[in-house]
Design a binder for this molecule. Structure first.
Ligand SMILES: NC(=O)CC[C@H](N)C(=O)O
Length: 222
């Protein structure tokens, strides 16, 4: 599996994401925000966490209009896989690849801690390594993680089994406790928690590693 990890000015989880992909057996290329093309043969694009462009305007809003994001959208629209984590999830909602928006946390504070995440569906190449209903410990670190979408969109996400993860205890006011959602074709995942920060024993937890292993397993045999 060949993964590309996008680097924006202000990204701070790009290396962590690359290491997590590599540990699961992927080949990784780093891609700069000013590049207009993804490398040939990329199976999945990772949009990492951080503070792209200093979170100016809105988290992810400027990144969503960067040259590389046009190629990321084209890749997704061709049926390619895209994983957006934290700021990456914010970028994916800003590009319109995923519905809804990430608002300021209900408590108006930056939250940095490990939370329990309920695996809501195993029907995706990201979550097939978990069991449905399993609660996994994954860190969060954000000030704009409060997922919002209108009632029809939430009902559609639930009806189509597209909520990948929910918070066991809601830390940020996210609607319906939503922590991560899938696109209609289940190949684009956006999630606020950081699986790449729980992917090695030195992180103090390895629950995130199963997501990367499931992906490489699925894409290697595809
Ligand atoms: N860790 C992150 O990606 C943070 C995303 C964004 N800067 C926020 O604070 O909400």
């Amino acid at each position: 599996m060949h993964a590309a990890v996008v680097v924006f000015p202000g990204s701070n989880c790009d290396r962590d994401l690359a290491v997590a992909f590599e540990a699961a057996g992927a080949k990784v290329s780093m891609v700069w925000h000013k590049d207009s093309e993804l490398p040939e043969g990329v199976d999945i694009v990772g949009v990492p966490g951080g503070f792209s462009y200093g979170d100016y305007l809105r988290c992810g809003a400027i990144a969503a209009n960067s040259p590389i994001c046009r190629s990321v959208a084209a890749h997704a629209n061709r049926g390619g896989y895209v994983l957006g984590i934290c700021n990456g999830f914010q970028v994916l909602t800003e590009t319109g690849l995923l519905p809804g928006a990430l608002l300021r946390n209900a408590g108006l504070k930056y939250i940095c801690k490990t939370v329990g995440l309920t695996v809501e569906t195993t029907a995706s190449d990201y979550t097939s390594g978990y069991t449905a209903g399993e609660v996994i410990d994954i860190p969060i670190a954000h000030h704009d993680g409060n997922y919002f979408a209108d009632a029809d969109t939430i009902a559609q996400l639930r009806g189509e089994d597209r909520v990948a993860f929910s918070y066991a205890e809601n830390p940020n006011g996210a609607q319906d406790d939503i922590a991560g959602i899938l696109s209609e074709n289940r190949r684009v995942l956006g999630m606020m928690p950081h699986p790449e920060r729980a992917a090695d024993p030195v992180h103090g937890g390895t629950a995130g590693a199963a997501l990367f292993r499931a992906l490489t397993g699925a894409l290697e045999t595809a």
